[in-house]
Design a binder for this molecule. Structure first.
Ligand SMILES: [Zn+2]
Length: 60
């Protein structure tokens, strides 16, 4: 839960950035700032909790 501690979103009318700067995992439903989550070689965010990668299609 220490990842949530540094999650400081400045509410200054820029709500569109809030969605883009946070990573919410569909697998374990964790929410972390995009700046603190690791990224794989393709540039997709990787969940720091369950290692889920947000790769859309990996079936080619
Ligand atoms: Zn996860």
């Amino acid at each position: 839960m220490r990842l949530i501690t540094i999650w400081v979103v400045p509410v200054s009318g820029t709500m569109s950035i809030e969605n883009a700067s946070t990573f919410d995992c569909p697998e374990c439903d964790v929410i972390a700032p995009s700046a603190s989550v690791p990224y794989d070689a393709l540039g997709y965010a990787v969940c720091p909790s369950c290692a889920y990668s947000a790769t859309p299609t990996d079936d080619r």
